[in-house]
Every structure is written in C-alpha cells, then in structure tokens.
Ligand binder design. Structure first.
Ligand code: MN
Length: 238
C-alpha cells in the first residue's frame, strides 16, 4: 500500500491539521509500505538552518514514522521548495524530483506538486521560474533567517490578496498541460495537489484512458490517497 498526501500547510495557526498529521503518521501511515508527500506539507520552510521549533516537531514525527520502516518520499511544493539535505536528515524523508514516475499496480503514475500544470496563470509561472533558479535560491539562502522569514511572510500576504482578485479558472490545472505531462512521461495516471480541488478525473490522451487524482488540502479533516495495485481510493482522517 502506498499513501499520498499534500497541502497540509502546517503552521502553528492550524493546530487541528497538526494533530491530524501526528495521528496519521502514528496510524495509517505506519501500515503503509511508502508515504509520498507531494508538497506544501509546511506553510513555509525558510531553509534547513531555520531552527523553528514547530517545523522541527513535524520533522521528528516524520522521522519516527520513517524509522518504523515506512519509506517516506518528499516532493517539494511552492511553500516548501527550500528543503534540502538538512530536512532529509531531520525527517528521515528522501527528496524526490519533480516530476517523478513510479509504478503502482503495473501502471506508470506521474507525481507532481501541481503548480506547474496551472499554465494559465502566467504571472505565477514567471514568479515560479524566478525563485526556482539555482542562483536565486543560493542568494536567498545566503541571507539571514530572520530576513528570509520576513520576505516569505510578505510574499504570502501578497499572494493571498492576488488570489482573491484572480479568476478561479486561471488557478486550476490546464487540461492540455496535464495531457502533455502524461504524454511526456509515458504515464496513464497522475497524482498531484496544490489546487485544493480534490477529485478524480478521467480523460483520454492519444486514445489511452488516463486519470488524474487531485489530493485535498487539510483543515478540520485530513485526506489522503491510498493505492494498492488496482484499488485506489481517497481516505479521510478526522
Ligand atoms: Mn501549492
């Protein structure tokens, strides 16, 4: 059994999600062979040298789960793409590239955070390209932690107000981008989060039947996708 979750946005301001995640890691996750976290586990991650006790506590819970024998894989999202080797050591999770293809029940499944599929949002894609450049990352991680945290808080405020003025359609997945990603990876299934629009979509790509599973955001309840061979289903933790 492989489990997938994303978009927990863990933050001291969301104590319910935090305790649901602790329960998830101590319960259903322990019975799985592998757990894939597809980004935005943290509301933000300012760098591995940020000694934030809240995020450190999340890493300790992950590590206990990993040490019990669960393979934990982490594909960073737009909120936590600054994770690195320090995060891996603290959490016992291993970072994976975006996108990654894995085999589940004989199917090739493409794993992404999901933001790269929102191609209609040109402003966001410009911003993403800028901050994902290695030179930007090195420069940013070279500034003091307190300054990084201030910059991130400011970016969060700006992105929240921009989101309110953007048409909802623009912030969803572009169907052509989803089809192109599947074609490129020679996959027939894709699993991602980011949009906070959980669902299971079926469609054809070049005559092949494909599916797209969108993971839910966590708030007063948590949700994850459980995959065992041909039985793929959403499950809830509350
Ligand atoms: Mn996201």
């Amino acid at each position: 059994m492989i489990l997938f979750c994303s978009d927990l946005h863990l933050d001291p301001a969301r104590p319910v999600s935090r305790s649901l995640f602790a329960r998830f890691l101590a319960g259903p996750a322990r019975r799985a062979d592998a757990l894939y976290i597809l980004g935005d586990l943290f509301e933000y991650w300012a760098g591995d040298d940020d000694e934030d006790p809240f995020n450190a506590g999340v890493c300790e819970d992950l590590k206990a789960c990993a040490e019990s024998g669960v393979a934990i894989r982490f594909l960073p999202g737009n909120r936590d793409f600054l994770v690195g080797g320090g995060f891996e050591r603290a959490s016992g999770a291993r970072l994976i590239d975006e996108p990654t293809v894995i085999e589940v029940g004989g199917r090739r499944a493409l794993l992404l955070h999901g933001d790269t599929l929102c191609t209609d949002d040109a402003d966001y894609q410009d911003f993403r390209a800028r901050v994902r450049a290695p030179a930007w990352r090195d420069r940013f991680l070279g500034t003091p932690v307190a300054e990084r945290r201030r910059t991130i808080e400011e970016l969060r405020r700006r992105s929240e107000s921009e989101k309110r003025s953007k048409p909802a359609m623009i912030m969803d997945v572009n169907p052509d981008a989803a089809a192109a990603a599947l074609r490129e990876a020679d996959a027939t299934a894709m699993i991602h989060g980011h949009t906070h629009r959980p669902g299971h979509h079926r469609f054809d790509v070049d005559g092949r039947s494909c599916e797209r599973w969108v993971l839910p955001e966590w708030s007063d309840s948590g949700g994850y996708l459980a995959c065992a061979d041909n039985d793929w289903h959403f499950a809830e933790i509350r």
